[in-house]
Design a protein around this ligand. Structure first.
Ligand code: PEP
Ligand code: MG
Length: 576
C-alpha cells in the first residue's frame, strides 16, 4: 500500500482500477512540397480548421446540455483560437515560403505561440496556453487524419491517471465511467479542476510522479477532499474507505437540507458563513448555496481581460448591484490586490525577483492613489445601496493602514464636497495575511472595524513557501503549528479590542478545519459557495465546547501532519 499526497481539486471519494492516459504526442512528418502542392495544403489546413470548429461546437452543445452554459463557455476561447488571423496567416505565409507540409508548419507555429503565451506575466493570458495547446492538438489531429484516443470511450468504471488533462478531456469523461482522476501536474483553480467540480468527479492534482508510480489496473482510492491517493490499499483501508464513501453520499443530502439554516452550534453559538466571489455574476450561486453575505469580493478580476482601466462608474455599478442583491447581508469588498501572481496588462509592473514580496496589493495602491481613490469613491458611493464594507489587502503594519485610511478620508471629503451621498460609517477592515500584521494585530485593531484572515498568503509568508510553486507545495501546510498559533494570536487580539475577525482564505472552506476554527473563536468563515452547505452542517452538529476542546488539542500537537490527522479523525467521529 502506498499513500500519495496531492492537491485536493474536487471533493468526494472514489475507488477503482487505474486507467492510464498517455501524453498525446504526435510524430509529425517533415516533408518537402512542390509549388503546385501549396493550394492543396492550404485547402487541407482550412478543412481541418472547419472540422475542428464543428467538433468544438458539438462538444459545447453537449456540455451546455449536461453541465450548463457557464462550463460550455470555457470553449469560446478555443473557437477564438480558430479564428486567430495572425496564426492562420503565419501558417500560410510560412507554408509558401518554406515549402514544407502544412502539418509540420502548423506544429512549428503552434510551438512558438505556446512559448510566447506561457512566458507572459499576465495571469489570464498565461492561462490561455492550455486553451491554445488543447485546440492546437485538435487541429493537428485533424491535419494528420488521426482519431482521438478518447476518454469518452472508457467502458468500465475507472480512475483516470494522466500527466495532465485538458478541459476537453475532462468534459469527455462520462460520469458513470470515470469515477475520479489524478494528474501529475495542474492546479486547484485550473479549468480542468473547475470542470471536475461541475461533473462531481473527485480529483486530485499535483500528485508527484503519479503516472510513473501507478501502473494500469492498480487498485486506487482517491480522496478528492483530502487530496490523497492510495495505491493498492490493504483490506482494512479498503473497508474503511468503502464505509466512508457510503457515509459521504448520504451526508451530501443532509448538507443541502440545512443550507438555508444558520450556522448555529448545538449550544447556541452562531458563526457567519459567507461566500467568496471574483465577479458580480457569482452572486446568484452565493445566494443559492445559503451564504449569509459575501466575505471576500476580489475586485482585481474587474481589471483583468481588458485594455483600459475600469471607470469609477463601472466600479460603482458593479458594487451597487452586489450590494442590492445581497441586502440585508453584508458584502466585504477587498480593494485592488494586484501583483504576486495577478498581473494586469494595464500596469507595466517591472519584473521583480520575488513578486509576492514586492510591489503588491496595498503597496501598489498607496503608490498610485489615483487608482486607489477612484475605487474607494466607487465603494463609498455604492455603500448607500446595501450593507457594504471594505477591506485592504496585505497590510503589513499600522503605518500602511493609517495611510490607506487617509486616502479613504480624502475620498470621503471629495464626495461630501460634491454632495454625493455615502454611508459615513462604512466599516473598514484589514486583511491579516502577513506575519508582521498577525503579530501586531493588537495595534492594527485600533484602526479598523474588523479583520479578515487571508490564510492563502499568511501560510506562504509564515512558512516561506511560494504558494504557486509546485516543487514546494508539500511544505504548504495550513495545519502547521506556526499557522495555528498566528491565527490564535489574531483572534485574541481582535476580541480583546472588541472587533470581529473572519477568515477568507481557502482554509476557511476546508471541512476538516471547520471545527478547529470554530473553537479558535472565528466570527465568520468565507468560502467558495459550493462548500457552504457542508460547513453549515458541520457547525450545526457540534457544541462550541467540543470545538474549543478540539482547538486546544490541535494547538498542542507538533507538526502539521499530526494536526491534520487529528482533525480528520475528529470530523469522522463527530459528523454523522
Ligand atoms: C488570502 O491570501 O488568503 C486571500 C483570501 O487573498 P488572495 O487569495 O486573493 O491572495
Ligand atoms: Mg491574499
Amino acid at each position: 500500500m502506498i499513500r500519495l499526497k496531492g492537491i485536493a481539486a474536487a471533493s468526494g471519494i472514489a475507488l477503482g482500477p487505474a486507467y492510464k492516459v498517455g501524453k498525446e504526442e504526435f510524430t509529425i512528418p517533415q516533408d518537402a512540397i512542390s509549388q503546385g502542392d501549396i493550394p492543396l495544403q492550404i485547402q487541407l489546413f482550412e478543412e481541418s480548421l472547419i472540422k475542428t470548429r464543428r467538433e468544438i461546437i458539438e462538444l459545447q452543445k453537449r456540455i451546455s446540455a449536461e453541465m450548463g452554459q457557464e462550463e460550455a463557455q470555457i470553449f469560446d476561447a478555443h473557437l477564438l483560437v480558430l479564428e486567430d488571423r495572425m496564426l492562420i496567416e503565419e501558417v500560410i505565409s510560412r507554408l509558401k515560403k518554406e515549402k514544407l507540409n502544412v502539418a509540420y508548419i502548423f506544429s512549428e507555429v503552434l510551438k512558438k505561440y505556446i512559448d510566447v503565451f506561457s512566458n507572459i506575466e499576465d495571469e489570464y493570458l498565461k492561462e490561455r496556453t492550455a486553451d491554445i495547446n488543447d485546440v492546437g492538438k485538435r487541429i493537428l489531429r485533424n491535419l494528420l487524419g488521426k482519431e482521438k484516443k478518447g476518454l469518452g470511450d472508457i467502458k468500465e468504471k475507472v480512475i483516470v491517471v494522466a500527466h495532465d488533462l485538458s478541459p476537453s478531456d475532462t468534459a469527455a469523461m462520462h460520469k458513470q465511467k470515470v469515477c475520479a482522476f489524478i494528474t501529475d501536474i495542474g492546479g486547484k483553480t485550473s479549468h480542468t479542476a473547475i470542470m471536475a467540480k461541475s461533473l462531481e468527479i473527485p480529483a486530485v492534482v499535483v500528485v508527484r510522479d503519479a503516472t510513473t508510480r501507478i501502473k494500469a489496473g492498480d487498485i486506487l482510492i482517491v480522496d478528492g477532499s483530502m487530496g490523497i491517493v492510495i495505491i493498492d490499499p490493504d483490506e482494512a483501508t479498503l473497508k474503511e474507505y468503502r464505509k466512508e464513501e457510503k457515509k459521504l453520499r448520504g451526508v451530501a443530502e443532509k448538507f443541502l437540507a440545512v443550507k438555508d439554516k444558520p450556522a448555529l452550534t448545538l449550544d447556541g453559538k452562531k458563526i457567519e458563513i459567507t461566500g467568496n466571489i471574483e465577479f458580480p455574476e457569482e452572486v446568484p450561486a452565493v445566494k443559492l448555496h445559503g451564504a449569509e453575505g459575501i466575505g471576500l469580493y476580489r475586485t482585481e478580476f474587474f481589471y483583468m481581460n481588458r485594455k483600459d482601466l475600469p471607470t469609477e462608474e463601472e466600479h460603482y455599478q458593479a458594487y451597487k448591484y452586489v450590494a442590492e442583491e445581497m441586502k440585508p447581508h453584508s458584502v466585504i469588498i477587498r480593494t485592488l490586490d494586484l501583483g504576486g501572481d495577478k498581473f494586469l496588462s494595464q500596469f507595466q509592473i517591472p519584473h521583480e525577483m520575488q513578486p509576492f514580496l514586492g510591489w503588491r496589493a496595498i503597496r501598489f495602491c498607496l503608490a498610485r492613489p489615483d487608482i486607489f481613490k477612484l475605487q474607494l469613491r466607487a465603494i463609498l458611493r455604492a455603500s448607500v445601496h446595501g450593507n457594504l464594507k471594505l477591506m485592504y489587502p496585505m497590510i503589513s503594519g499600522v503605518e500602511e493602514l493609517e495611510q490607506a485610511n487617509q486616502v479613504l478620508k480624502e475620498a470621503k471629503d471629495e464626495l461630501r464636497k460634491l454632495g454625493t451621498p455615502f454611508n459615513e460609517n462604512v466599516e473598514v477592515g484589514a486583511m491579516i495575511e502577513v506575519p508582521s500584521a498577525a503579530l501586531t494585530a493588537d495595534i492594527l485593531a485600533r484602526e479598523v472595524n474588523f479583520f479578515s484572515i487571508g490564510t492563502n498568503d499568511l501560510i506562504q509568508y509564515s512558512l516561506a513557501v511560494d504558494r504557486v510553486n509546485e516543487k514546494v507545495a508539500y511544505l504548504y501546510e495550513p495545519a502547521h503549528p506556526a499557522v495555528l498559533r498566528l491565527i490564535k494570536t489574531i483572534v485574541n487580539s481582535a476580541h480583546q479590542a472588541k472587533i470581529k475577525v473572519g477568515m477568507c482564505g481557502e482554509m476557511a472552506g476546508e471541512p476538516s478545519f471547520a471545527l478547529m476554527l470554530l473553537g479558535l473563536g472565528l466570527d465568520e468563515l468565507s468560502m467558495p459557495p459550493q462548500v457552504i452547505p457542508e460547513l453549515k452542517y458541520i457547525i450545526r452538529s457540534v457544541t462550541l465546547k467540543q470545538a474549543q476542546e478540539i482547538a486546544t488539542q490541535a494547538l498542542k500537537l507538533s507538526t502539521g501532519k499530526e494536526v491534520e490527522e487529528y482533525l480528520e479523525k475528529k470530523l469522522r467521529e463527530l459528523i454523522k
